[in-house]
Design a protein around this ligand. Structure first.
Ligand SMILES: [Fe+2]
Length: 341
């Protein structure tokens, strides 16, 4: 009927009662195992792993309380429900049994039908708890997976956004043959210097170098590409590009680390640069690195008003400006990477 082959262990030294319970439960399709005392029960528990135990209290060799305490202190068997049986009908025994971890308690003589109902109820509860635990574990796994996918999507979004900004700079530079590919080369030089200096934020410096002139998007073409001498006003518009760039970048939260490098890439070591006239160590290191990379690329490529210098002459010019325009430490590292080429 109800047992469906569930293994039940009956522990009682009174053979006649044990047999009675065995027969009744077998008729109800339980798989019955039995033992006559606690010690024997422990062997059977290890060998057969019952799902529920019905145990007497007073038994020779090892009584029901000792068996119960063995089970509840075991990590393997503490979850097996136990129904205690006894002929004693004193409140203290019930309290003792239940506080020692028994799941239910029945006093002899008892009704077999009631015992069966209690067995079924405990099994039902045990399975329900196991099911809830399983569902909890599965939900946890699903949650972990969702978190992982969200993180992946977030990274992908960052990548796409960065690529769009880089695309914007590339498009801006491509309109003028003299600046084509400028930011990519500046990023390569700046990355090289950062690696040579063994800095931890190499990737941030490369991204900053790639986007350092993004503020030029806000400068009108007739000023940006003017080959004639700039007026004072036009010069100041051009010189606003680091601040404009920093404003654009500061709106993108994951790029906030590169804002100082973009904003201060035209500062000079001696304090005569723009936008704020910072000097020496007031200028962020990333900005000082980009300044060297930027100038090196500008003087080695052709411009409308002059031919680009070769590497040797460009390096001489950088060295001459170490300490005035450039940070001498950055220059010394740049020289190392160029000289090992
Ligand atoms: Fe610039």
């Amino acid at each position: 009927m109800n047992g469906e082959g569930t293994k039940v262990l009956i522990v009682d030294d009174e053979e006649s009662l044990r047999s009675l319970i065995e027969i009744y439960l077998m008729k109800n399709n339980f798989h019955v195992i039995s033992a006559s005392n606690g010690k024997e029960a422990i062997d059977k528990i290890h060998a057969d792993r019952p799902e529920i135990i019905i145990s007497d209290i007073m038994m020779p060799e090892m009584d029901g309380y000792e068996l119960l305490s063995y089970l509840k202190s075991s990590s393997e068997f503490s979850e097996i429900p136990v129904i205690m049986l006894t002929s004693m009908d004193e409140d203290m025994d019930k309290i003792h049994g239940l506080s020692a971890g028994a799941d239910d308690y029945m006093t002899k003589p008892f009704n077999m039908e009631e015992l069966l109902l209690r067995v079924e109820k405990l099994l039902f509860l045990k399975r329900r708890i196991a099911g809830a635990e399983l569902r909890f574990t599965e939900s946890q796994k699903l949650l972990d997976l969702t978190k992982e996918e969200l993180l992946k999507a977030h990274m992908q979004l960052k990548k796409i956004m960065l690529e769009s900004l880089e695309g914007l700079v590339t498009a801006l530079e491509a309109r003028d043959k003299y600046t084509r590919g400028h930011s990519e080369r500046v990023a390569a030089y700046a990355g090289g210097i950062a690696r040579e200096m063994e800095l931890e934020n190499i990737d941030t410096i490369i991204i900053a170098a790639r986007l350092h002139d993004i503020g030029k998007i806000g400068v009108r073409d007739n000023i940006l590409y003017k080959s004639a001498k700039l007026t004072r006003e036009e010069k100041s518009i051009i010189e606003s590009h680091p601040v404009k760039g920093a404003e654009i970048i500061s709106k993108i939260s994951f790029l906030k680390d590169i804002v100082p490098a973009v904003k201060y890439h035209h500062e000079r070591y001696d304090g005569t640069g723009f936008p704020e006239g910072l000097k020496g160590d007031e200028i962020p290191l990333a900005a000082k690195i980009i300044a060297v990379a930027d100038t090196f690329d500008a003087i080695t490529t052709d411009r409308p008003y002059r031919k680009g210098l070769d590497f040797h002459h460009a390096l001489t010019e950088l060295k001459m400006n170490a300490g005035s325009q450039f940070d001498p430490v950055v220059i010394s590292h740049f020289l190392k990477i160029i000289n090992t080429r």
